[in-house]
Design a protein around this ligand. Sequence first.
Ligand code: BG6
Ligand code: BG6
Ligand code: GLC
Ligand code: GLC
Length: 968
Amino acid sequence: MVTAVAYRLASQRKQIDEILASFQLSMENLIEVKNKMREELEYGLKKETHPIATVKMLPTYVCGTPDGTEKGKFLALDLGGTNFRVLLVKIRSGRRKSVRMYNKIFAIPLEIMQGTGEELFDHIVQCIADFLEYMGIKGARLPLGFTFSFPCKQGTLVGWTKGFKATDCEGEDVVDMLREAIKRRNEFDLDIVAVVNDTVGTMMTCGYEDPNCEIGLIAGTGSNVCYMEEMKNIEILEQIEGKMCINTEWGGFGDNGCIDSIRTKYDKEVDEGSLNPGKQRYEKMTSGMYLGEIVRQILIDLTKHGLLFRGQISEPLRTRGIFETKFLSQIESDRLALLQVRRILQQLVLDSTCDDSIIVKEVCGAVSKRAAQLCGAGLAAIVEKKRENRGLEHLKITVGVDGTLYKLHPHFSRILRETVKELAPHCDVTFMLSEDGSGKGAALITAVAKRLHNIDKYLYAMRLSDETLLDIMARFRREMQNGLSRDFNPTATVKMLPTFVRSIPDGSEKGDFIALDLGGSYFRILRVKVSHEKKQTVQMETEIYNTPEDIMHGSGTRLFDHVAECLGDFMEKQQIKDKKLPVGFTFSFPCRQTKLDEGVLITWTKRFKASGVEGADVVKLLNRAIKKRGDYDADIMAVVNDTVGTMMTCGFDDQRCEVGLIIGTGTNACYMEEMRHIDLVEGDEGRMCINTEWGAFGDDGSLEDIRTEFDREIDRGSLNPGKQLFEKMVSGLYMGELVRLILVKMAKEGLLFEGRITPELLTKGKFETKHVSAIEKSKEGLNKAKEILTRLGVEPSHEDCIAVHHVCTIVSFRSANLVASTLGAILNQLRDNKGVTRLRTTVGVDGSLYKMHPQYARRLQKTTRRLVPDSEVRFLLSESGSGKGAAMVTAVAYRLAEQHRLIDETLAEFKLTHEQLLQIKKRMRTEIEAGLRKKTHENAKVKMLPTFVRSTPDGTGSFIIIDARAAW
Ligand code: BG6
Ligand code: BG6
Ligand code: GLC
Ligand code: GLC
């Protein structure tokens, strides 16, 4: 009998142990979870797999942690955790930095959580109204930050999780839903500035105290993590600068079945009975909303098998959700005597014995331990990733944590910590409890976002949608057509100048040339030797010469004297003063040409304004200046625009190159056009390079709708008001100044530098385009901003630096977008010319802005691809400037000139003088006479044979024909 009882008890214990064992995770299990989590994190970040990833890795657009300069008065909503809160948050910055909060908890009845979207948002607005009333601030239109603890993609709810299931919300914009509800109520207005996940709010709350906090963890009703990720790893954003907070939504980990091997039948039952079956599998094993439910399922099972409660399942135990996680926390408390456990069970009408209480406690322990370990394994994957991101042997990092499970459960936080330590031994992780909830963090984010919102209001007009860009592309295509047509060219703003360059280098060029390169940032003189031994090679020597402003703005004679003087110096240095080398002249201004070695300047652009040059042929002016000196001679064979030089330089390496693009001091492009489309030049065969002079696009008012007050101010202050309006929105000569004007205006409005404006900031040209490039550098950008602004006399806060960075980004982005649209028009023209559906081509590019700005090239290429999707464009950077290309053009011109000379020499032998002709006439006459005379007829050279035809037709039928066949 005793043996039978002992046997029964042992077998019961075995069954219980088996169930508990299914919740035990070995070290291998945990390492596998960590590795799988790591894989899923990468999946979510990769562009290709992001849309189908189970760990969603949602960008939050929060790019930094708080720096203590945030300030203001904000409203915050905190929805999605155990409590729904409305808060008023007052933040003070500076030395007396502080945050004061007032909050009120409101209930959200189940029927509202699972009713319609309208009902839910109306309820939220009702609670806000009550709060405003309660605080006596109903009239104030405060900025609002919304902690919305559900997965959102760019403000749109991806799907409900946890206990919410309101209809018509998924796929909708959260801010819109809230705004509409406010409108429906029509009682007050709010400025909804930011929507943040609770993990992000938590990270920010903790980050306010500890700048090392770069991870936010929630172990509460739900389970989730966010962390600061390197921008370059977030493939879907295609940006490389800085960091951004990623809301991992790791609750969905395992939804693809990758952790099914450790899920128990109880996990599956809990999942099936939930609001979102098949989803959030990891969350359902780790978070407060589900742990009690797992325990309930086990208890039912044990009872069914007669292992608990004498086999009696009470009615309450059958009720879903009855076994709350708070019971689990209480039961597991070490301080709780078994008697008290029994009391808790009694609340569920469970009549437990002492043994029952022990078993229930064991079950709770197994379930919560597994939850903490799983959570630890996931977190280990994140901290390891952060360590690798930074390339560190050892990482010290703080994790901001919130959530009732973490806060209230007696063992959860300890086990979590131990697991992380074990699985990520090279990371020293500090866990920081968020005392103030995520509302504080949301308010901090709102403070930064509010500032950027205000800036955006200013710069709204500078953000051009793809629709606008496509429209600009179409406008520019029309301008191109006008420029090419004989009828419209005289009045066209985009001049479309024929260049008389007919092809790109073909590899046969050779010789020793001089190239002048005037009009970009530097005046360069080069010697270019193209040799042709086994293969074509180019050797170049360059000197840079200064062109002082007074020369650029003085008389044309002085300018060309200066050019001739520099050339003389160069030839002296090269010891070629005695030679007459062919010269190619890159002259980067609009010139009308009727041949290669003539260029009539239409108008000065950019920095130049020398008198007496507009309307004159620059080749003549230079020749005159050289002659005047008389110490050397030069043969200027070609004048080319820098775009053409660039196309030719790049064409040397890539035969497909048929566009030349400059984004430097100025901006312009050239391309190979079909002769049949060029009305201004005779002939229909082949192609000719057209210098578009697109800088003048908009000079007829066609871009007025996108020009801003800052663009107009730039134009007014320029050397050529009303001209080159497109160039002034795009190119390096103006970009820094554009930013400066915006900064001054923002400072005047109190949006920057606490309203302080310094004389340096007010000085034209003090903020240069190279500063824009430095500030937009990914790593040191913000430090650079601080350095540059400090030099301008302002003492910028970190926030100021972020704002200035933002302004730079918007201005430079606009520039790249605008160039993408005009370039897009050229690409479309090329595609149509070739009659292909997909264009494959190469664009040769040069210019300091394109080269020096860290993001420009990538942005331009990306937008171009978007605007002209049916093309495959290679952007080839011109490494050696346009001088090499100019030398190529000169080589062709030189070869043609040489050929002409040779032909002339050869033909010269065939040329007869008048004298010679008279002599021939005389000799012929003598020979004819000799042929006719009897005496000499026999030996005559001109035979003079009678034909016996006696006359020309006279109607009688008889005639004489003399055959004067010459024997010579
Ligand atoms: C609160 C935060 O402290 O914790 C909320 O303010 C968050 O934003 C919540 O959602 C998470 O914990 P729980 O247990 O309430 O879901
Ligand atoms: C240089 C070319 O590399 O780039 C010049 O050699 C051209 O011909 C210049 O004008 C354009 O860039 P930037 O920035 O100097 O105006
Ligand atoms: C759920 C939500 C997530 C939230 C978490 C914690 O997993 O999907 O957005 O952060 O719960 O509240
Ligand atoms: C200006 C000039 C143009 C040149 C461009 C780039 O727009 O007018 O000829 O190509 O600057 O330097």
